[in-house]
Design a protein around this ligand. Structure first.
Ligand SMILES: NC(=O)c1ccc[n+]([C@@H]2O[C@H](COP(=O)([O-])OP(=O)(O)OC[C@H]3O[C@@H](n4cnc5c(N)ncnc54)[C@H](O)[C@@H]3O)[C@@H](O)[C@H]2O)c1
Length: 449
């Protein structure tokens, strides 16, 4: 195994960064014939963390506990999160406001990015362009056009991209996938999913960090290509509420349901059509994205899919996958399959409307054809339930990414899968705002109303 240089002591300047990289590889980078470091299967994976906010702090803490994975540096535009990153990964962790420094460091193998949605495309395109694999948080894209550009950039680069919708790494979803693939549900008839919350934090009314100022935060860069506004601490903390930065409940929550569904049903395509209803019904705080959003889709084979998100009434996240031979309910770390025969258990009650003689004749014939032969008990129809002790999907999802970086094997949720899941969310938003059905046109790679 290749020896690692000691962890650098403090935050970087650009020069220190280049010197550190050069020291790590033992020669001048400018003179080296290979542009990028190749990770040997037995080697430690060194990642750069970008965005140490609500999600990023957990990703950082989880990643550094994985064997053979180490954080080589962290970038955030808000200095409070440099302090936080060091609290998580150690005082020696180099921190910077400039994520480009991580991308340019040839001794970093990959990036884990948990930045707001309006940054995803740029982060991904620049990261793979700089030769880095990347774990990008969900929803993969902020707009359909962003997603198209990301797919193109990642394919062209040959780099690995994993999207951070961790349901696809859940043991329960894997069990459900197996049961669906075995045909236990018969013909799929309808897929339902829902999730509800009913508290300010669940509705994204987060308290902004109290020391936020133009001194502690590079607000100009944070806004990326959105028209610039004066510092607004609420936008910094609650960016999900506005379409300029976030993707609403669709991109925040529906994307988990869609990704999990794609995985469990073995699908990897955008919906054929979406229609939505909803509104800002509970949290009239200036947001421009709906807090209630229900969408019906047609997927391939005209499979109806009905997804409901509600930030005004709490309901646990759940799927009900329905088929001609039963119902599969998936919720958290629990899965229940309830089989159904799909056959009449009794003579049809409609024959109560027959006159007696006809009814008696029908019933006698029915029993003759359907009653079990004496001594042969009818088959039992019992529900089966599986539970997993651990509901942490993020750890295996990150592990899947780092293993892919090490071995170059495909990830569980690549750029095309993530694009298709995000498209379902963009279609839900478009259908809501336009109040009409929308479709995805693969030829022009645009939504059509
Ligand atoms: N998979 C999940 O379950 C899950 C859960 C929560 C959030 N997320 C996703 O994670 C992402 C981040 O969400 P969050 O809630 O952590 O947001 P957040 O606002 O709490 O944190 C984002 C951080 O990124 C930093 N940042 C923004 N632009 C940057 C840039 N150019 N360079 C460096 N740092 C930059 C910000 O300063 C902030 O500290 C979003 O895409 C969100 O959808 C996923």
């Amino acid at each position: 195994m290749k020896k690692r240089p000691p962890t650098p002591p403090t935050s970087w300047s650009r020069r220190e960064f280049i010197e550190l990289s050069a020291a790590a590889t033992g020669f001048s980078l400018a003179a080296h014939p290979f542009r990028f470091r190749q990770v040997a299967p037995s080697d430690t994976v060194r990642f750069g963390m970008v965005g140490i906010g609500m999600q990023g702090n957990g990703l950082l803490g989880t990643s550094i506990q994985l064997p053979g994975v180490t954080c080589a540096g962290a970038a955030d535009l808000y200095d409070g999160r440099h302090t936080l990153a060091k609290e998580i990964a150690g005082a020696n962790l180099p921190t910077t406001r400039e994520y480009r420094k991580l991308l340019d460091d040839k001794n970093i193998d990959c990036i884990v990015a948990a930045v707001p949605d309006h940054w995803h495309k740029r982060m991904v395109v620049e990261a793979v362009g700089a030769g880095k694999d990347i774990y990008i948080e969900k929803p993969m894209s902020h707009t359909p056009a962003d997603g198209v550009a990301m797919v193109e950039a990642v394919k062209k680069s040959g780099k690995i991209l994993q999207v951070g919708s961790q349901r696809v790494s859940s043991l329960i979803c894997a069990k459900a996938k197996e049961m669906v693939a075995q045909g236990m549900l018969g013909d799929l008839t309808l897929v339902e999913g829902w999730l509800g919350r009913n508290d300010p934090t669940g509705a994204w009314e987060y308290p902004p960090p109290p020391d936020l100022s133009l001194k502690t935060l590079d607000w100009d860069t944070w806004q990326n290509d959105v028209p610039k506004r004066p510092l607004d601490a609420n936008i910094f903390a609650r960016w999900r509420c506005w379409k300029e930065y976030g993707t609403g409940v669709a991109g925040d929550l529906l994307v988990h349901l869609i990704s999990g569904m794609q995985f469990m049903l073995g699908m990897n395509e955008p919906p054929k059509q979406a229609m939505s209803v909803g509104g800002i019904r509970r949290w009239k705080d200036g947001r421009n994205m709906p807090d209630v959003h229900a969408t019906v889709y047609y997927y391939s084979g005209d499979l109806p899919v009905y997804m409901r998100l509600n930030l005004g009434t709490e309901m646990p996240e759940q799927y009900r996958i329905q088929g001609s031979q039963g119902v599969l309910e998936v919720a958290g770390n629990k899965l229940t399959f309830t089989p159904q025969s799909g056959k009449d258990q009794w003579p049809s009650y409609y024959t109560g409307s027959y006159p007696r003689a006809l009814r008696d004749a029908y019933q006698a014939q029915w029993h003759k054809e359907h009653d079990p032969t004496p001594g042969q008990a009818p088959a039992l129809e019992e529900s089966v339930t599986f539970t997993t002790p651990d509901f942490d999907d993020t750890r295996p999802h990150l592990w899947n990414f780092f293993e892919a970086v090490r071995t170059r094997k495909p990830v569980v949720e690549d750029v095309v899968f993530g694009h298709n899941a995000a498209l379902a969310c963009h279609m839900a938003n478009e259908a809501y705002f336009r109040r009409t059905a929308v479709t995805w046109d693969e030829g022009t790679k645009t939504m059509k109303a």
